[in-house]
Ligand binder design. Structure first.
Ligand SMILES: Nc1nc2c(ncn2[C@@H]2O[C@H](COP(=O)(O)OP(=O)(O)OP(=O)(O)O)[C@@H](O)[C@H]2O)c(=O)[nH]1
Ligand SMILES: [Mg+2]
Length: 655
């Protein structure tokens, strides 16, 4: 091995304690490949390129390894927007994040939401431009495209070397050493090629300028054209990363291990120590262990596992955490977990049997912030199975929600349906699969039913009469009611207009109740809304009249009357706020109008410069698969929120 290029700050590297890193980035950028390459370089016996894990990542993966004597916990996060909450949750559990992306300016926009989140949460991060051998054009173009989405200045740390064709190596602009990639081996040191010398100096100049923004000594040296020491550069890089003041941008190709040693060394030198992260979160040293749970999993044999960041340690197995006795601490040195007696501050581990302790909870200190899942954008009803499974199913549903806070469940008694809400087809299919395991049978799903309502188009008067002679005494009641439409949203109203006691006082409430009960199912089969029912006349019998008889007579009058009153189907219409990068605004508008949407307007999205928010009124019946089309037309970036707005007259579902 060549000498330690990063000699600066050596003494600090003794005993920094364990640290944690999250590998994040858009779908398919190579995060799992980076994870595996880092683990392998850290001596972990991990299978590389397992097709099972190379399927679209749907769940976070945890690994533990050691690089040059430092212990690391690594989180491999899924990249699909449908699993964005996994990334958000993981980001709160680490000292540093590595944003993996592709060397393509056109794809930089996919990293935008993540960079915005990292800046907003002040999470130290660096960027790893992966698949560098596929680079076309200049890396500078990708850098500039990425910069447009980062509030914090980006600084390229490496300049690619091309010997005629694709990228074959790089110059590290801090050490000013050149390396040629070798497949599956550490890169070899070569002389800095003359062709990249000028570019290297330029990129180094930019990096130094960025660092000098936060360092007067460095700034003075730059002005006086004195070369800063490596020590000064490394020190400032570390400080700027910790403060999220500069984002280092590294290059590589994880599949062939290229750039992985450089990435590891950068993490080792520049990532904040766990104590600094704890301090950033307001957790002081000394005292009982502090943990935050960021993910819960029900694993077959181990039972409940709470993936947690240890913010203050040590944490010993069997310790009391929030009144619960800890039943197992697990690390993941390879594909399988191992049980350990103790874990240290800075680690991410799985904790066993923390009953009653939920994702997001902080134990041992005041609650730390935890991200809130995005509003659901896709829903599926689950087919009602065997009644006997109800209890089992309720338990399984609860666990599905515990395992994934971005899944919610609603139950609509009127429609007799249970609905799962989440972030998309893939997201829900994972949840449904888990649900199936929980109940022990395959769970089938269907599009949720729409909560149609109905009302009437005109006022009618209706007479209803019950006269029955059965055995002993009979049943008698006679009512005349007016049924009239009311304004949208005004609800049901019962009015007593009886004069002269033609219907005795004590029977009148029963008439009101029966009228309201009759609105549960109107002539079109839906609940009836926005009508007024007035009792205007009636007769009674001193012996044969009863509450029951008046209810029956009213029910008959309601059924006949409503059917004659021009029943009208009403459909729920939601207020929808679609958020897309502004380039996609016209498409999103077309999509909404194509779904019977009425556009109310659009404006710049709050907290998302360059994005628009389009507001529209759209019938719920058109929203079921809106997210699928929206994503397919917006590179997966578009999203929306919805809330019920009003009921509108419609020709019905069979239009
Ligand atoms: N050309 C090239 N392809 C790569 C490189 N690294 C990864 N890939 C490929 O990129 C694809 C996606 O890799 P993954 O590691 O699964 O990507 P990911 O970011 O984990 O994907 P998700 O978890 O689904 O978001 C795979 O086909 C990899 O073989 C690389 O350095 N060069
Ligand atoms: Mg992956």
């Amino acid at each position: 091995m060549s000498g330690q290029p990063n000699g600066g700050g050596m003494h600090r590297l003794q005993d920094v304690g364990p640290r944690s890193v999250a590998i994040v980035g858009p779908y398919g950028s190579g995060k799992s490949t980076v994870f595996e390459a880092l683990m392998a370089a850290g001596g972990a016996p991990i299978r590389r390129g397992d097709p099972k894990t190379r399927r679209m990542g749907t769940e976070m993966r945890l690994g533990h390894c050691t690089f040059l004597g430092d212990a690391w916990s690594i989180l491999d996060c899924p990249g699909s927007v449908e699993f964005a909450f996994e990334q958000s949750a993981a980001l709160g559990a680490v000292d540093v994040a590595v944003v993996v992306c592709e060397p393509s300016p056109a794809k930089a926009i996919l990293v935008g939401p993540l960079l915005r989140q990292l800046d907003a949460r002040k999470i130290p991060h660096l960027i790893f431009i992966n698949k560098i051998e596929t680079l076309e054009g200049r890396v500078q173009a990708t850098l500039e495209a990425l910069q447009a989405f980062s509030q914090v200045p980006l600084a390229l740390r490496q300049v690619p070397i091309r010997e005629g064709g694709p990228v074959t190596g790089y110059v590290d602009v801090v050490s000013e050493r050149a390396y040629r990639y070798r497949k599956g081996q550490p890169s070899e040191v070569i002389a800095v090629p003359a062709a990249v010398r000028a570019r290297e100096l330029e990129v180094r100049g930019v990096l130094l300028e960025r660092l000098a923004d936060h360092n007067d000594v460095l700034l003075e040296k730059l002005i006086e054209e004195i070369a800063p020491t490596s020590e000064e550069i490394y020190g400032q890089l570390r400080a700027d990363l910790a403060a999220d003041a500069v984002v280092e941008v590294l290059l590589g190709a994880a599949e062939t291990d290229n750039g992985i040693q450089r990435l590891w060394k950068t993490l080792r030198h520049d990532a904040p120590e766990a104590a600094a992260t704890a301090a950033r979160l307001g957790i002081g040293a000394g005292g009982d262990a502090v943990i935050q749970v960021f993910k819960t999993v029900y694993a077959g044999h181990t039972g409940k596992l709470s993936f947690s960041r240890i913010l203050r340690g040590p944490l010993k197995d069997g310790a009391m955490l929030g009144g619960v006795r800890l039943g197992g601490i697990y690390r993941y040195p390879g594909a399988d977990s191992v049980k350990v007696p103790q874990a240290e501050a800075g680690e991410v581990v799985a904790l066993g049997r923390l009953d009653g302790i939920a994702t997001g909870m902080t134990i041992g200190a005041a609650p730390l912030p935890f991200p809130t899942p995005a509003a659901p954008v896709y829903a599926l009803a689950i087919a009602t199975g065997d009644r006997n499974d109800d209890v089992k199913r309720a338990g399984a549903l609860r666990r599905v929600m515990e395992e994934d806070l971005s899944i919610t469940i609603s139950h609509d008694a009127t429609l007799a349906q249970t609905v799962l809400h989440g972030q998309g087809e893939m997201h829900l299919s994972v949840a449904v699969e888990r649900l199936g395991k929980g109940v022990g049978t395959k769970v089938t799903t269907l599009p949720p039913k729409i909560a149609y309502r109905e009302t009437i188009g005109k006022a009618v008067q209706q007479h209803g009469r019950l006269k029955r002679q059965t055995g002993g005494h009979g049943q008698f009641a006679d009512v005349t009611i007016d049924i009239a439409p009311r304004g949208r949203g005004e609800g049901f109203l019962f009015v007593d207009k009886i004069v002269g006691g033609v219907v005795p006082r004590n029977f009148i409430p029963s008439v009101g109740e029966a009228a309201e009960e009759a609105t549960r199912k109107g002539p079109l089969g839906n609940p009836v809304v926005d009508i007024a029912v007035s009792l205007v006349d009636g007769t009674f019998h001193a012996v044969d009249s009863s509450d029951m008889a008046f209810k029956t007579a009213t029910g008959m009058a309601m059924r006949e009357g409503m059917a004659r009153a021009e029943p009208v189907l009403l459909e729920p219409v939601d207020r929808v706020r679609v958020v897309v990068p502004s380039d996609f605004t016209p498409r999103a508008q077309r999509l909404l109008t194509g779904r019977r949407g009425q556009i109310l307007g659009f404006s710049e999205a709050p907290d998302a410069p360059g994005w628009d928010e389009i507001e529209a009124l759209v019938p719920q019946a058109e929203l079921h698969d809106l997210i699928i089309e929206l994503r397919s037309q917006t590179m997966g970036l578009g999203t929306y929120r919805r809330s019920f707005d009003h009921l509108a007259q419609t020709r019905g579902p069979g239009r």
